[in-house]
Ligand binder design. Sequence first.
Ligand SMILES: C[S@@+](CC[C@H](N)C(=O)[O-])C[C@H]1O[C@@H](n2cnc3c(N)ncnc32)[C@H](O)[C@@H]1O
Length: 213
Amino acid sequence: MSSAENIDPLMEEQEHEFCGHTLKLAMFKGACLGVSAYIWGPGLVLCQYFQDQKFDFTGKKVLELGSGTGIVGILTVLLGGDVTMTDRPKILQQIQYNVEANIPATARNRSKISALVWGQDQDKYPTDYDIILGSDIVYSPSQFPGLIQTLQYFCRDNTIIYMSSNLNARMGAHDFHSDLLPKLFNSEFLHQSGGDYIYKVTKKTSQESSACV
Ligand SMILES: C[S@@+](CC[C@H](N)C(=O)[O-])C[C@H]1O[C@@H](n2cnc3c(N)ncnc32)[C@H](O)[C@@H]1O
């Protein structure tokens, strides 16, 4: 692993404990990563939900969208998943750093890091993921069309998408979850903590889709 100071002298670290794992997460504050250089409430709430519900991802092929620091994807690897963490290209070095700092070498073969810009790159990926994760990725209405296109690409008959979003603080998030998403997918509310909401999103059957036309 490169030393943190060489990568970003303004790097900050946070520690979080979930499912018996202490996660030490670096945030590259000096690297112009914008919102990606923070750990957001919806990510923490989703990790807490995995802990409370005793999630076990063993044998599951998982893709995370907008990984940021990688907190959710890294925990998912530690809970047994085979996880591809994705984000915009300039965020990948931060994720890589955190993967190396938190996932033991023996489990690292179950983690991949790769660029995926919504609406542009999804076709480069296979469509056989069991689970798609997205924490705090609903915050910028200009990104919604690309995000929807990406979710539609990955959401096959048996795919489960877990999304956690802050409906109070994030522009457009309320309408995205109450209006746009339910028109295109089955969206089940699972859990709320303050302004953070978790949804389970799945593909509509062809009958359900035609009933919505
Ligand atoms: C608010 S951060 C959330 C990060 C992390 N999931 C968490 O919960 O802490 C949103 C993430 O989505 C990514 N993102 C935003 N627009 C994107 C796009 N068009 N394609 C891919 N990733 C995008 C950002 O780079 C950022 O890492």
